[in-house]
Design a protein around this ligand. Structure first.
Ligand SMILES: NC(=O)c1ccc[n+]([C@@H]2O[C@H](COP(=O)([O-])OP(=O)(O)OC[C@H]3O[C@@H](n4cnc5c(N)ncnc54)[C@H](O)[C@@H]3O)[C@@H](O)[C@H]2O)c1
Length: 349
């Protein structure tokens, strides 16, 4: 049995809790949360942008704490799941490693590369594993694209364009605080930064231009280049001033012998494909595969299966490992630097 302790029972903590309950051989043994109402099982005020609404939960059998130190001192845990706001990821992760636990930390790994490096060093020192919650590769469209890139079935990948744009998330606290959530660069685009890093390797240079709000990138375009690998990748991301389209993501990926397309949006409260997953073949053929698992909860289930399987088998995760997540934060910092200086930013500083 893998015993999990969740730290931070907000929207993501609830999604993880509900998901662990579906996994055989996994048990949420403890929850740590400063909001004591949540520790009584009253989750009715938890709100997010997908998944079930918060309910009154029966937490009998789950030990509850308001301090991570107390939780670590009094519970036998295999895995600490950090679903705190980003500014608190590093400290909680390092504390859990010092207590000899493996850690699954939500994205972004941290808001600063230097803190990511401290987290990775703490994992090495404790000889424990760090997994970071980059769930995007478990969404069916991105899993489909990653598989095509890995398998080479359309020839070598040449590059691509990635898009992730939302309405102003007025319901998220501290969204525009650089030292709390970090705005859409660290909260939203970090998903694509991670996917680009996973699929193409680490870019050598990024050039970004953006519109700013409260000193943070609000909406921007970035071009990633990869030295001798020669890929050309671009990303568009950020917040635009409307509330009719809550969410929009998609990609166009170029291969030697095909192009893959997909775009999804939530418009007027309804989620729909603007372009269903499509392959344009060099022969002129057009394929529209049916992908399974459209509910975001399925992606979280696949992600937590990977984490708990990795813990069970004492292995790293090729997708959820710390080094890739750390590079995703580095790519966000490079884009911020490029936008601030209006010039390309190199990976070497
Ligand atoms: N993978 C995804 O698609 C996705 C989606 C949403 C959020 N997230 C990530 O999940 C993380 C949490 O986001 P959220 O939306 O759940 O935030 P949230 O504000 O809903 O939840 C955070 C919880 O942590 C609690 N908390 C704060 N300080 C604490 C402390 N010192 N000890 C214990 N509890 C404490 C808060 O009371 C709150 O309940 C963020 O890193 C966010 O980026 C990921």
């Amino acid at each position: 049995m893998i015993n999990v302790g969740i730290v931070g029972l907000g929207f993501m903590g609830m999604i993880h809790y509900l998901t662990y309950r579906k996994l055989p051989g996994v048990r949420v043994a403890a929850i740590c949360e400063v909001n004591e109402k949540r520790l009584t099982g009253d989750w009715t005020d938890i709100k997010g942008n997908f998944g079930p609404a918060g309910e009154q939960m029966d937490l009998s059998g789950v030990a509850t704490f308001t301090s991570i130190d107390q939780m670590l001192a009094s519970t036998e845990l295999d895995l600490v799941d950090v679903t705190l706001p980003p500014a608190l990821h590093a400290e909680a992760t390092i504390t859990a490693f010092a207590a000899g636990r493996h850690v699954f930390c939500e994205k972004p790994m941290s808001l600063r590369l230097e803190e990511c490096e401290r987290m990775s060093a703490a994992a090495r020192k404790a000889d424990r594993r760090l997994y970071v919650g980059h769930v995007l590769p478990f969404f069916p469209e991105y899993a489909w694209a990653y598989d095509a890139i890995q398998s080479g079935r359309y020839g070598a990948v040449l590059g691509g364009a990635f898009r992730r744009v939302i309405a102003d998330p007025a319901w998220l606290r501290n969204y525009w605080a650089a030292d709390q959530v970090g705005g859409p660069l660290f909260d939203l685009h970090v998903h694509d930064a991670h996917f680009i890093r996973l699929a193409f390797g680490m870019p050598t240079e990024v050039a970004s231009r953006g519109r700013m709000r409260h000193g943070l990138p609000e909406f921007w375009h970035s071009h990633f280049t990869f030295g001798d690998a020669g890929y050309l990748v671009e990303a568009t991301s950020g917040v635009v001033n409307q509330q009719g389209r809550a969410f929009n993501h998609g990609f166009e990926i170029h291969f030697e012998r095909a192009t893959m397309l997909f775009e999804f949006a939530v418009i007027g409260g309804e989620g729909a494909y603007l372009c269903p997953p499509t392959v344009l073949l060099e022969s002129g053929g057009v394929e529209r595969p049916t992908l399974s698992g459209g509910d975001p909860m399925n992606a979280f289930e696949a992600e937590l299966r990977e984490v708990t399987d990795a813990v069970r088998n004492n292995r790293e995760s090729a997708i959820l490992g710390g080094p890739l997540a750390q590079d995703a934060v580095k790519l966000c910092e490079m884009q911020a630097r490029s936008m601030a200086g209006s010039r390309p930013a190199g990976a070497r500083g």
